[in-house]
Design a protein around this ligand. Structure first.
Ligand code: PEP
Ligand code: MG
Length: 751
């Protein structure tokens, strides 16, 4: 039996003994030294003040335990922690980073081998062995020490050494962390982390029977490979899609000999199969995390997913996170997720979501807003740093996330929440006041909605109705296509809950990032510009007719407004109107009550339509600008890809001119126009829209209060004049945003 395996067996026995923490740790370092035939073995733990504290030693002076510290980057131990890499030296004192600590009596030791103690790629400490005589430790010895370090990492993470921590200090693993991300919503939430895709927790580290572990690994790898192959051969997955690319990458990794060899080596050293996966993944993460190349970092995600998949097979842990019991005040943390995935959670317990990726106009962000959740995106690397159940604060407006906050910070935020509650009360007091500017311009404020659950909010905001009801959200949360009667019931309920305020129902707008699992669609290279929305509806008129029938029926003889998404050319709108007319005639023939007033409008969100407004406007009872898609297509910058979408200010000259053109043309044809993209809910942007003549703004419900307050406090005419001049002058680089902020500030507006 090889050395490391004997060592791990002895470690397991030591861990089972009833020993005090320090005694256990002393015994562990002694065992390592004896087993590896070294004169010294020392174990350093990384504290929250960035110091590596000597927690135990065999061979150095005992008095230095809990006394000697090194900063990260200082000395050889600090270097290992900083680089998260093993270091093996024949003659340590001659290394430029060597730092002499007289209290440890370290000088006579020449040979040095140190490894980082890693968990999820994070350094938790350093483990070192030394010998008096100069020698070079072999790769086997490095591997053995790394394997032992995996066990120590777990002991740190499971609070094994907590009694050894001095008062007022803590280990780095529990250090409070701040992430500066991007604001997706207003609001502040305090709660507990729920990982959308939680890491599988390995509890059994040391193998009883190495051969058996090796067989378990082989079987799990085979199962995983088969499941990846199965998914790849699934009929509806075309070539070149993102999903397919990911799976291809998985398959490549899953068959990667180097990876499998390293897993097998870790098992040969005495770890269980799952501990081996964790151990190898730790190294991979630590290496990849140091890379600044976005491609490598993306691959890291793939590797993480793959390792997690393998762990699930090994541990049999297949519970979908959405079906787990959520704590009260759950705050969902994910690398990214689709809107449908978010909708699967128990909404009564969710307070916020935090994503590593995403953009503020991605549908998951929109859905989060419509559910009244606080949301922050672009919180780099948070998934690997947080654990289920960690305390977390999400500051929506600042776009910051505080993980494991200090008591003081928690107190500050609790106070802030009280202030926010006061602000909410203040907005609530505005709800029945007319939304009119000081110089008498009436601004109609409306909700963007999509779930029946958010309609009662109309009462709290005093909005005049729903400017955009995204019917697809209901389709996304259903497990199968809702039948006509189910749709009727849903739209009826929406109408009932709106208590007489008008709702604009938008026809199904699926595709792009709005995936409906049961509506099988062929995979596409660019789904946002693919077979989506109206294109799909006109191609599958059965679906369109069913929805129109349901809407006309649900009106129950009252008024009905239908909005047609993604109109690219006028004929598509005309064709949709024909389908609606046929359904209306059908309803009347069947003896049903037709709507008292039926209005059909087009969404202006495809740039091409801007050049045939003369054709489309006369056909429309009303129009609505979808700024999310329109701006994405104008800029050729994916709304869900933050790397590009935030580069171009949506209210800079070219975009604002395009928007003004639409408003002017609608005015010329006397067609009512609403803005229903996310722009309308942000103060400066809303100001820009009002400045170009837009008077109907539809937004997420929490935005109504702040926008209304601004409307009621402002004089619009001077702002209109100044913006018109700026747009007219057309100087390159005229900062519309700066101009608006300046004008608003001078009027004392809060923006
Ligand atoms: C838009 O594109 O601005 C819009 C309102 O529609 P959605 O965000 O649902 O695509
Ligand atoms: Mg759109």
């Amino acid at each position: 039996m090889s050395g490391p395996r004997v060592l791990l067996r002895q470690l397991r026995e030591t861990m089972a003994e009833p020993l005090a923490s320090q005694d256990r740790l002393d015994k562990i370092v002694a065992l390592i030294a004896t087993n590896m035939h070294t004169d010294v073995c020392s174990f350093y733990v990384l504290r929250d003040d960035n110091a590596l504290e000597l927690f135990a030693t065999f061979g150095l002076k005992r008095e230095s335990v809990h006394m000697t510290t090194l900063r990260v980057g200082e000395g050889l131990v600090g270097l290992i922690a900083a680089q998260a890499e093993a270091l093996s030296l024949e003659d340590a004192p001659s290394h430029p980073a060597f730092a002499y600590r007289p209290e440890t009596g370290e000088d006579p030791f020449r040979a040095f081998l140190g490894v980082p103690v890693l968990r999820a790629g994070q350094t938790l400490g350093v483990l070192v062995v030394q010998n008096k005589d100069s020698r070079l430790y072999g790769e086997d010895e490095t591997e053995a020490l790394l394997t032992t370090a995996t066990i120590l990492a777990e002991m740190i993470a499971t609070s094994e050494f907590d009694t050894l921590i001095k008062p007022g200090q803590d280990i780095d693993l529990r250090r409070p962390r701040m992430f500066q991300g991007q604001s997706f919503t207003e609001g502040i939430a305090l709660g507990k982390v729920v990982l959308h895709d939680p890491r599988v927790v390995v509890t059994n580290f040391i193998a009883e029977d190495t051969e058996q572990e090796s067989r378990r690994l082989d079987a799990a790898l085979a199962t995983m490979r088969v499941s990846i192959d199965d998914m790849l051969s699934h009929g509806d997955m075309g070539a070149g899609t993102e999903h397919r690319d990911i799976l291809e990458t998985y398959r490549m990794f899953a068959n990667d000999r180097g990876w499998v060899d390293r897993l097998e080596e870790a098992i040969a050293n005495g770890l269980t199969a799952e501990a081996a996966v964790e151990r190898v993944q730790n190294d991979t993460r630590a290496r990849m995390l140091r890379s600044t190349d976005p491609y490598i970092r993306d691959r890291l995600h793939d590797f993480d997913d793959l390792a997690n998949r393998l762990l699930r097979v090994l541990t049999g842990d297949g519970t979908a996170p959405t079906h787990r019991e959520l704590p009260e005040n759950a705050i969902l943390v994910a690398r990214n997720m689709g809107p449908a995935e978010l909708l699967e959670y128990d909404r009564t317990r969710l307070r916020a979501i935090v994503l590593e990726e995403g953009g503020s106009t991605a549908h998951v962000a929109i859905v989060a807003r419509s559910l009244g959740l606080v949301a922050v995106g672009q919180a780099q690397n948070i998934v690997s740093i947080c654990e289920n159940g960690d305390d977390i604060i999400v500051d929506g407006p600042a776009g910051t996330v505080h993980l494991r906050p200090t008591r003081e910070l928690e107190q500050t935020y609790a106070d802030k929440v009280r202030v926010t509650a006061k602000r909410r009360a203040h907005y609530l007091a505005l709800k029945d006041k007319p939304s009119v500017t000081r110089d008498g311009v009436a601004i109609t404020l409306l909700h963007n909605s999509g779930l029946v659950a958010d309609l009662p909010m109309l009462r709290d905001t005093g909005a005049e109705g729903v400017g955009l009801f995204r019917t697809e959200l209901q389709f996304m949360i259903a497990s199968r296509l809702p039948k006509v009667q189910e749709q009727v019931a849903l739209y009826r309920e929406a109408i009932r809950l709106s208590e007489g305020k008008p709702i604009v129902f938008r026809l199904l707008d699926v595709g792009g990032d709005k995936v409906i699992p049961y509506l099988r669609a062929a995979a596409e290279e660019n789904p946002a510009m693919g077979f989506r929305s109206l294109r799909l509806a006109l191609d599958r008129p059965g679906l369109l007719r069913t929805q129109v029938r349901a809407l006309l029926t649900a009106a129950d003889g009252g008024p009905m407004k239908i909005l047609v998404p993604m109109v690219t050319e006028t004929w598509e709108f005309v064709e949709t109107k024909r389908v609606i007319r046929l359904e209306l005639e059908r309803l009347i023939r069947a003896g049903g009550k037709p709507p008292s007033e039926l209005k059909v409008g087009a969404m202006i969100e495809v740039p091409s339509l801007l050049f045939e407004l003369d054709h489309v406007l006369p056909e429309c009872d009303f129009v609505s600008i979808g700024s999310n898609d329109l701006i994405m297509f104008l800029n050729a910058a994916d709304r869900a890809n933050n790397r590009v979408s935030k580069t171009y200010d949506p209210i800079a000259l070219p975009r604002l001119r395009a928007l003004r053109h639409i408003v002017d043309m609608a005015g010329r044809y006397g067609v009512p126009i609403t803005m229903c993209g996310e722009l309308a809910g942000r103060t400066v942007e809303a100001l820009a829209l009002m400045a170009i003549g837009m008077t109907r703004l539809s937004m997420s419900p929490p935005a109504v209060g702040p926008i209304k307050e601004m409307v009621m406090g402002m004089e619009l005419k001077p702002i209109r004049t100044a913006v018109a001049a700026a747009l007219g002058e057309g100087q390159h680089g005229v900062g519309i945003r700066e101009l608006l902020v300046d004008l608003a500030t001078r009027q004392g507006l809060v923006i």
